[in-house]
Design a protein around this ligand. Structure first.
Ligand SMILES: Nc1nc2c(ncn2[C@@H]2O[C@H](COP(=O)(O)OP(=O)(O)OP(=O)(O)O)[C@@H](O)[C@H]2O)c(=O)[nH]1
Ligand SMILES: [Mg+2]
Length: 202
């Protein structure tokens, strides 16, 4: 649903960070905001509860220069991970172009990760998207903690589209893996528009 505005020579893309509660979605956006955005021109919008849980969404507009003469703008959103905010998650997915799934690496969060992934698939389907085709990247976050599941196990559980998608380990609160993940999803989206065909990584 991204749109190319030929008159204004602009490409707009919507990227949604999805995943279980407290997985680190908002933390990803905060670091991207801190390190890239011209604070004079742009703002990150966060609607959070008093305890910093995302209530509705976070939104960060990101201008990434020009590609073949087109100005590229990425609109980054996070969903609220808490199970009972499903209506918000559904709404935020509307018009999505690419998804980053932020998984919590702690062993005790594997069920929550799987539930969130199933929820993503259902909600994409309701909007008429094919989960198997949408540009999609996985991030295994909180790799700094002691009680984490092995990467191979997380790949087995969560990286199960027909063709495996790119995945990154991260420690988002130290900004490790945050930009690697962002670079990949933006490359996938730009590739899609430049080639005007199916994305290479889908
Ligand atoms: N140890 C550790 N903590 C992290 C990491 N990434 C995020 N956190 C912390 O985890 C907590 C939750 O992070 P958020 O970014 O708010 O999580 P979220 O996915 O946006 O949560 P919801 O908005 O409820 O869906 C915060 O206290 C973060 O500082 C990480 O890589 N390692
Ligand atoms: Mg959040």
């Amino acid at each position: 649903m991204s749109f190319i505005n030929f008159a204004a020579r602009e490409i707009n893309c919507k990227i949604v960070y999805y995943g279980a509660g407290l997985g680190g979605k908002t933390t990803n956006l905060q670091h991207i905001f801190d390190k890239t955005v011209d604070k004079q021109k742009s703002k990150m919008i966060s609607l959070a509860t008093e305890t910093d849980r995302t209530l509705f969404f976070d939104f960060l507009p990101l201008d990434l220069g020009t590609v073949r003469g087109f100005r590229t703008r990425f609109h980054l959103y996070t969903v609220p991970g808490q199970v009972f905010y499903d209506a918000s998650r559904k709404l935020i997915l509307r018009g999505v172009d690419g998804v980053v799934f932020v998984a919590d690496s702690q062993e005790e969060r594997m069920d929550a990760n799987i539930e969130a992934l199933e929820n993503l698939q259902e909600n994409l389907k309701e909007h008429g998207y094919d989960f198997k085709k949408i540009p999609y990247v996985l991030q295994f976050n909180k790799r700094d903690l002691p009680n984490i599941a092995p990467m191979e196990y997380m790949e087995f559980l969560l990286n199960n589209r027909d063709v495996q998608v790119p995945s990154f380990s991260s420690t988002a609160h130290k900004c490790e893996g945050v930009f690697e993940t962002l670079n990949m999803i933006t490359r996938m989206l730009l590739h899609k528009f430049v080639s005007q065909g199916t994305p290479q990584y889908a």
